[in-house]
Design a protein around this ligand. Structure first.
Ligand SMILES: Cc1ncc(COP(=O)(O)O)c(C=O)c1O
Length: 409
């Protein structure tokens, strides 16, 4: 992950004119793989898209109707930077009912997607030399923003036992110390799909309190959960005052293109995050906020149906991948990704991702797109139809068999 040094050596202007911090800014490779896959499609190739992390479902019709009605009703003007009051109230109520958070509208800041919460929070909290603990493999923007802010990253890996991933909280506890300003927790996780157990959340909370560290709890996939119930770190004793919960509409309501998310944070922090928003995006589009209000207060049937469909697909793709020679795949507990081990194929992560794209017509991401610890793995998003997932597995099996054939000759 990280930035592209080749870019900076190719363009003299990039080296000379851009601020030094731009060399520390990373990116998300999913968009780059999508571009390569689309180029192959333009050449007439059939590609199955398992690279992009967005639900393939449509935004529920009641939500679309609310957005259209809002536009027709004149919701076309600026709104307060932290979001309109009815939406902040609905978010506070939803978080209280669903996760048991003690939250009032004053704790809520609405942003264009959940991502700006990461950006604004790290700009608001991190000084040069501060340390940040985050998952690796993890959402690439964590590391990108840590570096951009001049802080020092302390990546924490996962252990895979009996076909289940577990965040390595033993290492986390060892890494957190007096210089740790921020701990980033993501449950359920992108790209691994595992959840952090209640016992591990307790340990993380304990070490955060002990070292007076702040926590970013990325709960964007909290409703896409297959086993048990969701626990938010912010509900543990002493944690509400040191936690920013990130959540949003993109995944839960298939609203990635609407750009609507939010943070739940202590009252001293919310106006600071809103001030960053005032400096950057001013506010969120008014009609998307009204659509978000309908998403939270209207029927939740489509969310439940989507999760049930994801469960069927998860079971199918895990079984399919485990039947492939040289591939091993753990069972995720949430989100819509599998992180499959491909070491047995003899390829690196990057080679495997390229091989499956060019030889099998299946677009996947290299595990290293999510950090150095992702070597040996590829990530597949099962936000695609069951037929396409089954076809992807067949194509991958054929490509692996032909590779073995070539290797044998
Ligand atoms: C772990 C994680 N957090 C946050 C986000 C950001 O979502 P949004 O589209 O709402 O900005 C994503 C999107 O892929 C994600 O995977």
């Amino acid at each position: 992950m990280g930035n592209d040094p080749a870019f900076f050596s190719r363009f003299r202007e990039a080296r000379m004119k851009l601020a030094a911090r731009m060399q520390r800014l990373g990116t998300e490779t999913a968009f780059e793989v999508l571009a390569r896959a689309r180029a192959l499609e333009r050449e007439g190739r059939s590609i199955i898209h398992l690279e992009i992390g967005e639900p393939d479902f449509d935004t529920p019709v009641n939500v679309v109707a609310a957005g259209v009605e809002a536009l027709q009703g004149g919701a076309t003007h600026y709104t307060p930077s932290a979001g309109i009051d009815p939406l902040r109230e609905a978010i506070a109520l939803d978080q209280a009912q669903r996760k048991g958070l003690t939250v009032s509208p004053a704790n809520v800041v609405v942003t264009p997607g959940g991502k700006p919460i990461m950006f604004y929070l790290m700009l608001a909290l991190l000084d040069q030399g501060d340390e940040v603990v985050y998952p690796d493999p993890g959402f690439p923007i964590y590391e990108s923003m840590v570096n951009f802010c001049g802080a020092t990253g302390r990546p924490i890996g996962f252990v895979e036992r009996e076909r289940r991933f577990q965040w390595d909280v033993d290492s986390l506890v060892n890494q957190v110390g007096p210089r740790t300003k921020l701990i980033i927790v993501n449950t359920p996780s992108n790209p691994v799909g595992c959840t952090v157990s209640d016992a591990d959340l307790q340990r993380i909370a304990e070490v955060a309190r002990r070292h007076d560290a702040f926590v970013l709890s990325d709960e964007i996939y909290s409703r896409i959960l297959y086993d048990g119930s969701f626990t938010s770190l912010a509900t543990l004793p002493g944690m509400a005052e040191r936690t920013c919960v990130l959540d949003g509409f993109s995944k839960t309501y298939a609203m990635t293109g609407w750009r609507l998310g939010y943070g739940i944070m202590p009252e001293w922090l919310a106006p600071q995050i809103a001030r960053l928003a005032t400096n950057c995006n001013s506010c969120n589009a008014a009609f998307t906020q009204l659509a978000g209000l309908e998403a939270l207060t209207g029927s939740q049937d489509s969310v439940n149906a989507m999760v049930e469909e994801f469960r069927v697909r998860r079971d199918a793709i895990v079984a399919g991948l485990n039947a492939l020679d040289g591939v091993r795949c753990s069972m995720p507990q949430g989100a819509f990704y599998v992180f499959a081990n491909i070491e047995g194929t003899g390829m690196t992560s990057r080679e495997a991702a390229d091989y499956f794209l060019y030889e099998a017509g299946v677009a996947v991401l290299s595990g290293t797109s999510f950090g150095a610890n992702g070597e040996g793995y590829i990530r597949l998003s099962y936000a695609n139809s069951l037929d396409n997932l089954n076809l992807a597995v067949v194509r991958m099996a054929t490509a692996l068999a032909s590779r073995r054939g070539v290797a044998a000759t």
